[in-house]
Write a protein of this length. Structure first.
Length: 168
């Protein structure tokens, strides 16, 4: 599951890097969001499995996060909110008036996987612009999981993710 999550994460990052021409940006941004959200879903489900929980059949990131044990939720939330203050991407979101604390980002982006996959159908009851701002969250979940399973760090198939995501 970790390898799959890493692969979806890398695919989203590649799409983001390829979105250099104006006519490509919109569709590749959707690819980035769908793959990024799915990677986070898999990271959350992998962490749930590490914690010994059942894996729910949902794509909703807020619901999955709520099912983590309290210690993991608290550590992830604290680390996210601490790193969000200096994260350049989230700084741009704050400049546009978007709250970047984890609770706000999860509320707004909890269903991005489904919404971006079916964007052509429209997003009902949506008046705010939509974007994918949970990259940092995914990196922190991944680090939490590796903190609990240190032996996985020696597995060459896992990837190092960018940004300063120090272990929890």
């Amino acid at each position: 599951m970790l390898r799959s999550a890493d692969a979806f994460y890398q695919t989203g990052q590649l799409a983001l890097k390829c979105a250099v021409r104006e006519d490509e940006k919109f569709h590749l941004a959707l690819v980035y969001g769908v793959n990024g959200a799915f990677a986070i879903e898999l990271y959350l489900k992998c962490l749930l499995a590490v914690e010994g929980s059942q894996l729910p059949a949902t794509h909703n990131l807020k619901d999955l996060f709520a099912q983590l044990n309290r210690e993991s939720r608290d550590k992830i939330r604290r680390r996210h909110d601490e790193l969000a203050k200096s994260n350049s991407v989230l700084s741009d979101f704050r400049k546009r008036g978007i709250k970047t604390d984890l609770n706000s980002l999860l509320e707004d982006g909890q269903d991005i996987f489904r919404q971006f996959r079916y964007l052509f159908e429209g997003i009902p009851n949506r008046i705010q612009p939509v974007g994918f701002a949970l990259d940092l969250f995914g990196q922190i979940i991944r680090n939490r999981m590796l903190d609990l399973r240190r032996g996985w760090l020696s597995d060459e198939s896992t990837v190092s993710l960018p940004e300063s995501t120090v272990a929890l």
